[in-house]
Design a protein around this ligand. Sequence first.
Ligand code: ASP
Length: 333
Amino acid sequence: MPRIAPSSPLIRWIVAMLAALGPMAGQSSEPVIAIHGGAGTILRENMTPALEAEYHAALGSALEAGYGRLARGEPALDAITAAITLLEDSPLFNAGRGAVYTWEGSHELDASIMDGATGRAGAVGGVRGVRNPIVLARRVMDASPHVFLAGPGAEDFAREQDIVFAPDAWFHTDRRREQWQALRKRNQAASGPMLIGTVGAVALDTAGNLAAGTSTGGMTGKRWGRLGDSPVIGAGTWARNDGCAVSATGHGEYFIRLGIAHEICARVRIGGESVEAAASGVIHGALEETGGTGGVIVLDPDGRVAMPFNTQGMYRGVMRAAGEARTAIYAEP
Ligand code: ASP
């Protein structure tokens, strides 16, 4: 048989073609997880080294929890659920424990999840007392015939499914209450993203499947059952194995109007753009042009990650190898 040198143009062409095809059935992918903890006015002058360290540590733990599952060959859906659950349990972020206050002084939580392999999705909006809304969104996807449940009905479903509830005190943090009280004093209901700290995750598992999820308390002082983009499939969350996985954070009204998460993936899937070009194009293009602020984390089936934002900062992180959790807060490292 003729011998072909590894550097021959034929071999290089075959390798390039295989890489372009991406992971195929039976072929394993290098697992990757990326997370965010919200975008917005995050200024160094408002931070202390100790608080910064707390954020890095919380993001790092969430990455470790998610990546650990991926490294054991578990599905991307389980990895993002594990990472988001930890972020929801941290009082640092506006999701689960530490969620912002509504105008009336309660906590109304939104979350969504999507499976890139099957296109299945689950979401909950305006739920009270549910300790981990991402777990409930996942249950809507796995155990109901629906995609989106809201308010008391979603809570009834949660009780039927033995989802864990927590008392009001669990969600309380002094700084969120102070922000709410200041807003009430000015008699000014929410009109913009009063607080950062929405959380989200995207992951690629060893089977080549993508998943995305997002969880938030929404906007400080929100009223009238306001829902943001986070629980809206296609706006705050989207995943498709032949496109990409996206989790968004920012001024939800703009993300809904622009269908940001779906738009980014459509540019990748149909337009053939890289995740970097598609995500930056949407965040620094349509979002900025319409006056919206925020950012996204995006992951493609080859493990490429993009994390553009048009705010001062976005809590974020990526992990693609054991012991190598990389986290960042500001635009410049
Ligand atoms: N997107 C969320 C909302 O509008 C808020 C955020 O990401 O900070 O509810």
